[in-house]
Design a protein around this ligand. Structure first.
Ligand code: ATR
Length: 288
């Protein structure tokens, strides 16, 4: 039997108690036979770097990063993938040694979102009109990958228009390169555009119990309405989607898909995500 220490990974954030990532990675490890453990790492708001250094010193090989540290994780990485550099945010770190070039930062959120929409929900994005709500870390993390899927248009609507405009500006060249129209507005400015095939809610409005911050009239009948949240936080959004006849989707599939991509970055193999998503949905239906 091997006596090598087991590799440790974690989800680092504040809060992390609610995170389903440990369940997901435990299923990936069982499926692939990789020997690892995956924990929750609660980091003090002013102690993210110290927490990560301590974790790395005690056998940590990498981590996922969640709110509110994705921008800080970007700055901590010695090297970044092009998609993480474009997002300005990192949700996966691999603790490579200095000889290997130092900590590597990537962003798998966007790829996870696109894979969930196109593969799991069977809605190809090419040529579609997309309305993305919010201009914080969640939206910043996914915009580059959404553009790379070549929808006809992405309209970014946010409570404060200047933040939406800043995200559009930082992605303008990328959008041109992919032939995607990119526009920014306040939340009531997207009504003039209308006719969207897909709504993605990247705001934290539902966390505070606020209503979906746009009118249902901006979407086409039968549109896909997706919230990046999952669990109880997504329920009001899903109810809203059902009440208007849209195909509602929460962020659980995105979570599993970004986890699959993180696993690939750390372990060099991509797990089969479909049975893990099905198992997780069954678990959450039994004990939400
Ligand atoms: P995250 O990193 O999770 O995206 P964030 O950076 O705090 O978190 O961003 C939260 C997003 O939700 C922002 O786009 C915010 O709008 P502002 O930029 O105008 O603050 C949006 N948001 C939060 N509460 C909202 C609400 N009640 N209605 C509409 N948008 C809201």
């Amino acid at each position: 039997m091997s006596t090598a220490p087991t590799d440790r990974y974690a989800v680092a954030g504040n809060p992390v108690a609610h995170s389903r990532s440990p369940d997901i990675h435990a299923m990936f490890a069982a499926q692939t036979g990789e020997r690892l453990i995956y924990e929750r790492l609660l980091c003090p708001l002013d102690g993210f770097e110290a927490s990560l250094r301590g974790f790395a010193a005690s056998g940590g090989r990498g981590c996922n990063v969640t709110v509110p540290f994705k921008f800080e994780a970007h700055d901590l990485a010695a090297r970044r993938s092009p998609r993480a550099a474009l997002a300005g945010a990192v949700n996966v770190l691999r603790f490579d040694t200095d000889e290997q070039g130092g900590w590597f930062g990537d962003n798998s959120d966007g790829l996870g979102l696109v894979r969930d929409i196109e593969h799991n929900a069977a809605r190809p994005l090419k040529g579609q009109r997309v309305l993305l709500l919010g201009a914080g870390g969640a939206s910043a993390g996914v915009l580059g990958s959404l553009i790379a899927a070549r929808p006809a248009e992405i309209h970014l609507a946010n409570r404060s228009t200047d933040k939406a405009q800043a995200l559009v500006d930082s992605h303008a060249a990328w959008a041109t390169q992919h032939g995607v129209r990119l526009a920014a507005s306040g939340l009531d400015g997207c009504g003039n555009a209308g006719g969207f095939d897909l709504l993605i809610n990247g705001t934290s409005a539902s966390l505070g119990g606020a209503a979906v911050p746009v009118s249902a009239a901006v979407l086409k009948p039968g549109a896909l309405a997706m919230d990046m949240m999952y669990g109880p936080a997504a329920q009001d959004f899903l109810d809203w989607a059902a009440a208007h006849g849209f195909a509602g989707r929460d962020g659980l599939g995105m979570l599993v898909e970004q986890a699959g991509e993180s696993f690939l970055i750390w372990r060099g193999q991509r797990p089969d995500t479909a049975p893990v998503l099905a198992a997780l949905r069954a678990q959450m239906a039994a004990a939400p």
